[in-house]
Design a protein around this ligand. Structure first.
Ligand code: FAD
Length: 117
């Protein structure tokens, strides 16, 4: 089957949005169970990501840069960093990770996260 670059990019754009928004809603002070859940999610996301080449490269990035799941800010900074590694490979502009705190908003009004509900 031929590659369709438009669909591949759309999938990536949507996936990054979910990925970063999930980090932005991760607890400031996660329980050990919250951290284990995020750690598993990241590894399963990398393993099951539908673009096979992307998944292989991203799994290699996880080995190089192990997920940081001890707090919201460390998870968000880590995710920004690995996305920038992908940007670098694809020769895309790098994102300024000092702005990550305000950039991703789920639009949901409620306090807390599913993990703490
Ligand atoms: P995207 O990279 O999709 O970013 C979307 C938006 O996120 C940007 O417009 C910007 O506002 C913001 N953003 C950019 N950088 C960051 C950052 N560091 N932190 C937080 N926010 C940021 N495509 C390939 O062709 N080959 C691959 O190997 C490949 N691997 C991928 C692996 C994964 C896990 C994912 C999720 C996607 C992968 N993609 C790959 C897709 C690629 O990363 C882009 O999503 C796609 O090319 C669309 O790019 P875009 O210009 O819309 O910006």
């Amino acid at each position: 089957k031929l590659e369709n670059a438009t669909l591949k990019a759309e999938l990536g754009h949507a996936s990054w949005k979910l990925f970063h928004t999930m980090m932005a809603k991760f607890p400031d002070k996660p329980t050990p169970d919250d951290s284990t859940a995020l750690q598993s999610y990241i590894h399963l996301f990398a393993r099951l990501y539908p673009c096979g080449d992307c998944a292989r490269h991203f799994q290699e990035l996880l080995r190089q840069f192990p997920p940081q799941v001890s707090s919201r800010s460390s998870a968000a900074a880590w995710a920004c960093h690995v996305h920038n590694q992908v940007n670098k490979r694809l020769k895309k502009p790098l994102f300024d990770c000092s702005n990550i705190g305000d950039f991703y908003d789920c639009g949901c009004a409620e306090e807390g996260t599913p993990a703490t509900a």
